[in-house]
Design a protein around this ligand. Structure first.
Ligand code: HEC
Length: 189
Protein backbone atom coordinates (compact mmCIF):
# COMPACT_ATOMS: atom_id res chain seq x y z
CA UNK A 1 0.00 0.00 0.00
CA UNK A 2 2.74 2.42 1.03
CA UNK A 3 4.79 1.45 -2.05
CA UNK A 4 1.79 2.02 -4.29
CA UNK A 5 1.24 5.50 -2.84
CA UNK A 6 4.92 6.39 -3.28
CA UNK A 7 4.87 5.15 -6.88
CA UNK A 8 1.76 7.21 -7.59
CA UNK A 9 3.38 10.26 -6.05
CA UNK A 10 6.48 9.87 -8.26
CA UNK A 11 4.29 9.29 -11.29
CA UNK A 12 2.23 12.41 -10.71
CA UNK A 13 5.33 14.52 -9.94
CA UNK A 14 6.84 13.33 -13.22
CA UNK A 15 3.64 14.32 -14.99
CA UNK A 16 3.69 17.76 -13.41
CA UNK A 17 7.30 18.32 -14.39
CA UNK A 18 6.42 17.00 -17.82
CA UNK A 19 8.69 14.00 -17.88
CA UNK A 20 11.28 12.27 -15.72
CA UNK A 21 14.58 10.82 -16.89
CA UNK A 22 17.40 11.89 -19.19
CA UNK A 23 15.43 11.65 -22.44
CA UNK A 24 12.65 14.04 -21.52
CA UNK A 25 13.28 17.50 -22.97
CA UNK A 26 10.92 20.40 -22.57
CA UNK A 27 9.44 22.03 -25.63
CA UNK A 28 7.87 20.95 -28.89
CA UNK A 29 8.81 17.64 -30.56
CA UNK A 30 11.12 18.57 -33.50
CA UNK A 31 9.03 16.43 -35.86
CA UNK A 32 5.84 18.32 -34.99
CA UNK A 33 7.81 21.57 -35.36
CA UNK A 34 9.22 20.82 -38.82
CA UNK A 35 5.93 19.24 -40.00
CA UNK A 36 4.12 22.46 -39.07
CA UNK A 37 6.73 24.68 -40.75
CA UNK A 38 6.52 22.55 -43.88
CA UNK A 39 2.70 22.85 -43.97
CA UNK A 40 3.01 26.65 -44.16
CA UNK A 41 5.82 26.50 -46.76
CA UNK A 42 3.93 24.03 -48.93
CA UNK A 43 0.69 26.03 -48.79
CA UNK A 44 2.48 29.25 -49.79
CA UNK A 45 4.51 27.55 -52.51
CA UNK A 46 1.52 25.81 -54.07
CA UNK A 47 -0.57 28.97 -53.89
CA UNK A 48 2.14 31.11 -55.49
CA UNK A 49 2.44 28.62 -58.36
CA UNK A 50 -1.28 28.08 -58.90
CA UNK A 51 -2.68 31.50 -58.05
CA UNK A 52 0.07 33.71 -59.48
CA UNK A 53 2.62 32.02 -61.76
CA UNK A 54 0.12 29.88 -63.67
CA UNK A 55 -2.24 32.84 -64.21
CA UNK A 56 0.37 35.32 -65.44
CA UNK A 57 0.68 35.87 -69.15
CA UNK A 58 0.32 35.53 -72.03
CA UNK A 59 3.03 38.15 -72.28
CA UNK A 60 1.37 41.44 -73.16
CA UNK A 61 3.30 44.65 -73.62
CA UNK A 62 3.13 45.49 -69.93
CA UNK A 63 1.98 42.20 -68.45
CA UNK A 64 3.99 40.78 -65.61
CA UNK A 65 5.34 37.33 -66.42
CA UNK A 66 7.41 34.76 -64.50
CA UNK A 67 10.96 34.55 -65.80
CA UNK A 68 14.21 33.19 -64.36
CA UNK A 69 16.16 36.43 -64.82
CA UNK A 70 13.27 38.47 -63.44
CA UNK A 71 15.54 41.12 -61.93
CA UNK A 72 16.78 42.07 -65.41
CA UNK A 73 13.27 42.56 -66.80
CA UNK A 74 10.99 45.46 -65.83
CA UNK A 75 7.91 43.27 -65.75
CA UNK A 76 9.50 40.00 -64.60
CA UNK A 77 8.21 38.02 -61.61
CA UNK A 78 10.32 35.46 -59.68
CA UNK A 79 9.83 31.74 -60.33
CA UNK A 80 8.35 29.60 -57.51
CA UNK A 81 11.80 28.31 -56.45
CA UNK A 82 13.20 31.85 -56.41
CA UNK A 83 10.23 33.05 -54.34
CA UNK A 84 10.86 30.15 -51.95
CA UNK A 85 14.55 31.02 -51.61
CA UNK A 86 13.69 34.68 -50.96
CA UNK A 87 11.62 33.43 -48.00
CA UNK A 88 14.44 31.18 -46.77
CA UNK A 89 16.92 34.07 -46.94
CA UNK A 90 14.58 36.43 -45.11
CA UNK A 91 14.01 33.79 -42.39
CA UNK A 92 17.79 33.36 -42.00
CA UNK A 93 17.99 37.06 -41.08
CA UNK A 94 15.11 36.75 -38.61
CA UNK A 95 15.90 33.62 -36.57
CA UNK A 96 18.54 30.98 -35.76
CA UNK A 97 15.88 28.44 -34.74
CA UNK A 98 15.74 26.74 -38.15
CA UNK A 99 16.89 26.98 -41.76
CA UNK A 100 15.33 25.59 -44.92
CA UNK A 101 16.06 25.12 -48.60
CA UNK A 102 14.65 23.61 -51.77
CA UNK A 103 16.87 20.93 -53.30
CA UNK A 104 16.81 18.18 -55.89
CA UNK A 105 18.74 15.21 -57.18
CA UNK A 106 18.03 16.65 -60.65
CA UNK A 107 18.66 20.37 -60.12
CA UNK A 108 18.41 23.01 -62.82
CA UNK A 109 20.60 25.16 -60.57
CA UNK A 110 23.58 23.10 -59.35
CA UNK A 111 23.51 25.07 -56.09
CA UNK A 112 20.28 23.24 -55.26
CA UNK A 113 21.98 19.83 -55.26
CA UNK A 114 22.30 18.08 -51.86
CA UNK A 115 25.39 19.12 -49.88
CA UNK A 116 25.43 16.75 -46.90
CA UNK A 117 25.17 12.93 -46.82
CA UNK A 118 21.88 13.19 -44.97
CA UNK A 119 20.38 15.58 -47.54
CA UNK A 120 21.34 13.13 -50.31
CA UNK A 121 19.89 10.19 -48.34
CA UNK A 122 16.67 12.12 -47.60
CA UNK A 123 16.14 13.17 -51.24
CA UNK A 124 16.65 9.58 -52.42
CA UNK A 125 14.23 8.30 -49.77
CA UNK A 126 11.39 10.69 -50.65
CA UNK A 127 11.62 9.95 -54.37
CA UNK A 128 11.70 6.16 -53.72
CA UNK A 129 8.80 6.38 -51.23
CA UNK A 130 6.19 8.80 -52.65
CA UNK A 131 4.00 10.36 -49.97
CA UNK A 132 6.52 9.77 -47.16
CA UNK A 133 8.78 12.25 -45.39
CA UNK A 134 12.34 11.63 -44.20
CA UNK A 135 13.65 12.43 -40.71
CA UNK A 136 17.17 12.09 -39.31
CA UNK A 137 19.85 13.61 -37.13
CA UNK A 138 23.21 14.83 -38.44
CA UNK A 139 26.20 16.53 -36.84
CA UNK A 140 27.78 19.38 -38.78
CA UNK A 141 30.73 21.09 -37.13
CA UNK A 142 29.99 20.61 -33.45
CA UNK A 143 26.21 21.05 -33.68
CA UNK A 144 23.69 18.22 -33.95
CA UNK A 145 20.67 18.94 -36.10
CA UNK A 146 17.26 17.39 -36.62
CA UNK A 147 16.97 17.27 -40.40
CA UNK A 148 13.65 16.68 -42.14
CA UNK A 149 13.18 16.27 -45.90
CA UNK A 150 9.71 16.70 -47.45
CA UNK A 151 8.69 15.89 -51.02
CA UNK A 152 8.27 18.79 -53.44
CA UNK A 153 5.66 17.55 -55.87
CA UNK A 154 4.74 18.69 -59.38
CA UNK A 155 1.36 20.15 -58.44
CA UNK A 156 0.80 22.17 -61.62
CA UNK A 157 1.46 21.71 -65.33
CA UNK A 158 3.75 24.76 -65.16
CA UNK A 159 6.19 22.84 -62.88
CA UNK A 160 6.57 20.00 -65.34
CA UNK A 161 6.76 21.91 -68.62
CA UNK A 162 9.18 24.52 -67.38
CA UNK A 163 11.60 21.98 -65.88
CA UNK A 164 11.47 19.49 -68.74
CA UNK A 165 12.18 22.25 -71.26
CA UNK A 166 14.84 24.13 -69.30
CA UNK A 167 18.26 24.16 -70.99
CA UNK A 168 20.08 23.19 -67.76
CA UNK A 169 17.80 20.38 -66.59
CA UNK A 170 19.38 16.93 -66.17
CA UNK A 171 15.90 15.29 -66.38
CA UNK A 172 13.32 15.85 -69.11
CA UNK A 173 10.50 13.41 -68.26
CA UNK A 174 8.87 14.89 -65.14
CA UNK A 175 5.10 14.28 -64.96
CA UNK A 176 2.32 15.81 -62.84
CA UNK A 177 2.41 14.21 -59.39
CA UNK A 178 6.13 13.34 -59.54
CA UNK A 179 8.46 14.15 -56.67
CA UNK A 180 10.72 16.77 -58.29
CA UNK A 181 12.86 17.50 -55.26
CA UNK A 182 12.58 18.15 -51.56
CA UNK A 183 12.31 20.82 -48.91
CA UNK A 184 15.07 20.37 -46.30
CA UNK A 185 14.34 21.84 -42.85
CA UNK A 186 17.15 21.80 -40.30
CA UNK A 187 16.74 22.51 -36.58
CA UNK A 188 19.68 22.66 -34.12
CA UNK A 189 19.01 20.33 -31.17
C1 HEC B 1 8.79 28.91 -65.37
C2 HEC B 1 9.75 27.92 -64.96
C3 HEC B 1 9.54 27.13 -63.67
C4 HEC B 1 8.38 26.79 -63.05
C5 HEC B 1 6.96 27.14 -63.43
C6 HEC B 1 8.76 25.96 -61.91
N1 HEC B 1 10.11 25.84 -61.84
FE1 HEC B 1 11.13 24.83 -60.43
N2 HEC B 1 12.79 25.80 -60.98
C7 HEC B 1 12.95 26.53 -62.14
C8 HEC B 1 14.29 27.10 -62.16
C9 HEC B 1 14.88 27.99 -63.25
C10 HEC B 1 14.92 26.66 -60.96
C11 HEC B 1 16.31 27.05 -60.46
C12 HEC B 1 16.09 28.39 -59.80
C13 HEC B 1 17.22 28.86 -58.92
O1 HEC B 1 17.70 28.12 -58.06
O2 HEC B 1 17.60 30.02 -59.07
C14 HEC B 1 13.94 25.82 -60.27
C15 HEC B 1 14.19 25.14 -59.09
C16 HEC B 1 13.39 24.13 -58.61
C17 HEC B 1 13.79 23.15 -57.59
C18 HEC B 1 15.15 23.09 -56.92
C19 HEC B 1 16.08 22.20 -57.73
C20 HEC B 1 16.46 22.76 -59.08
O3 HEC B 1 15.91 22.26 -60.10
O4 HEC B 1 17.29 23.72 -59.14
C21 HEC B 1 12.72 22.31 -57.42
C22 HEC B 1 12.65 21.12 -56.50
C23 HEC B 1 11.67 22.79 -58.29
N3 HEC B 1 12.11 23.90 -58.98
C24 HEC B 1 10.43 22.21 -58.38
C25 HEC B 1 9.36 22.88 -58.99
C26 HEC B 1 7.96 22.59 -58.76
C27 HEC B 1 7.43 21.45 -57.90
C28 HEC B 1 7.25 23.52 -59.45
C29 HEC B 1 5.76 23.73 -59.45
C30 HEC B 1 5.18 23.93 -58.13
C31 HEC B 1 8.20 24.36 -60.16
N4 HEC B 1 9.46 23.94 -59.85
C32 HEC B 1 7.86 25.38 -61.04
C33 HEC B 1 12.00 26.71 -63.10
C34 HEC B 1 10.64 26.55 -62.88
Amino acid sequence: MKLATTTMLIASTCLLLSGCGEEAKPGIDPKVYTDSLFAVMKADRTNYTKLIVQRLGPKGANAIFPVEHWKDVDNGAPLPAQMFRAGAEAVRDLTDEFTYSLQSEWPINKQNAPKTDMEAEGLKFISANPGENFYGEETLGDVTYFTAVYPDVAVAEACVSCHNEHKDTPKTDFKIGDVMGGVVIRVPL
